[in-house]
Design a protein around this ligand. Structure first.
Ligand SMILES: Cc1ncc(COP(=O)(O)O)c(C=O)c1O
Length: 383
């Protein structure tokens, strides 16, 4: 038997649900059909187009383009909306590095600004303060499954004539004032990478409202071709950023169960909320306007100073592995070309916020008690 770091029996020895969940019949059927058809490329079959159309429809916009991953999707969306060398794109400091590297791919400069100290999403005030004559775009991130405060952010964008690219990588199914993310800005980008709420190992989809943007984004993903134009006609510079039909066949049927999986994670979170009472650990609140958090991750704030590395190791030893979350983006050596504003809220979050990953949130809500028991045991000894 494994001994917990504090001695005794670990709180939990059973594994947590694994991710992805088992394939369902719909996925097996469609993947098999695509495999048997031999039409594996996006330019050969129709499933990528069906997936793009389904995401556009769910996002309340007319257009969608599937893409190899969301990093390239963010790049293609920015480029399709006219962002390029000499421009600046404002991104949050508490997010995944791809937000910055997708901007670098366009030749523009990422401008890293602080997040709201309470909800940890991009702060509209910080955006407003960072706007210059070079600013071309804002990239709000719907972090952990809850939408950024889009009314405040789009108001800044409108005042300064900026485009808005929503990073929806973590927010499939999230709602802001009852409206789906992805359709709130000029373009939205979802990820299907292995850790995401829907996955084909890798993948992404871009959704957008305007026909012109759609044509330019499609072209960026299809070697500069014109939509409906000649195969060897390349009026623009573009790349092959396409998804495959096999990946799309894993993803399209997943839409039928996305809602029930979100509800399942929500039930776990609701139970955990009732049980954290009395412990120095609180939920990071959602931004104003969140009407559905898709619960990709649960962000928890430690309300007491603790040795983080020890906490993470001790929780893992108790059978409740949690995640340390993001370091502030501005501190990364690779991003030396970025302009970084002061980011005290992101720095604080890197010190006192931890995450519970989606697979754990898929457990039976009754198992939330293992999380609180482990926190109680570990925190009592380290505080
Ligand atoms: C917030 C955020 N943006 C962008 C990405 C990049 O997505 P992908 O891995 O599909 O390129 C991710 C995920 O990894 C992410 O979490």
């Amino acid at each position: 038997m494994t001994l917990a770091i504090h001695g005794g029996t670990p709180v939990r020895s059973a594994p947590w649900p694994s991710w992805p969940p088992p394939l369902d019949d719909g996925q097996r059927k469609l993947v098999t059909e695509v495999l048997d058809s031999g039409l594996w490329g996006a330019t050969q079959g129709s499933v990528c187009n069906d997936l793009a159309a389904a995401f556009a429809d769910r996002s309340g916009v007319p257009y969608g383009v599937t893409v190899g991953n969301a990093t390239l999707g963010l790049f293609a969306a920015l480029r399709g909306l006219g962002v390029g060398p000499g421009d600046e794109v404002i991104i949050p400091a508490y997010t995944f590095v791809a937000c910055a590297t997708s901007v670098l791919l366009t030749g523009a400069t990422p401008v890293i600004v602080d997040v709201d100290p309470v909800d940890l999403h991009l702060s509209a005030q910080a955006v407003e303060a960072a706007v210059t004559s070079e600013t071309a775009a804002i990239m709000p991130v719907h972090l952990a499954g809850s939408p950024a405060d889009m009314d405040a952010i789009t108001a800044v964008a409108r005042r300064h004539g900026l485009v808005v690219v929503e990073d929806c990588a973590q927010a499939h199914g999230a709602l802001y004032h009852g409206r789906p993310v992805g359709g709130l800005g000029d373009a939205g980008v979802f990820s299907f990478q292995a850790s995401k709420a829907m996955t084909a190992g890798e993948g992404g989809v871009i959704v957008c409202r305007e026909a012109g943007a759609h044509g330019a984004i499609w072209s960026a993903c299809n070697l500069g071709r014109r939509l409906g134009g000649e195969w060897y006609g390349h009026p623009e510079v573009g790349w092959n950023l396409r998804l495959t039909e096999i990946q799309a066949a894993l993803l399209l049927p997943w839409l039928d169960r996305l809602e029930s999986e979100i509800a399942r994670r929500e039930a776990f979170c609701a139970q955990l909320a009732t049980e954290l009472d009395g412990l120095p650990v609180t939920f990071v609140p959602q931004p104003a306007g969140t009407t559905r958090d898709s619960r990709h991750l649960l962000m928890l704030r430690l309300e007491t100073p603790v040795d983080r590395e020890f906490l993470l190791a001790a929780m893992a030893a108790e059978g409740v592995p949690i995640d340390g979350g993001y370091p502030p983006l501005g501190g990364m050596a690779a991003l030396h070309q970025a302009r970084t504003e002061a980011c005290p809220a992101a720095t604080a979050a890197a010190a006192d916020v931890v995450w519970i990953r989606q697979s754990m949130l898929m457990a039976d809500p009754a198992e939330a008690t293992h999380v609180t028991e482990a926190f109680a045991k570990v925190l009592t000894s380290v505080i």
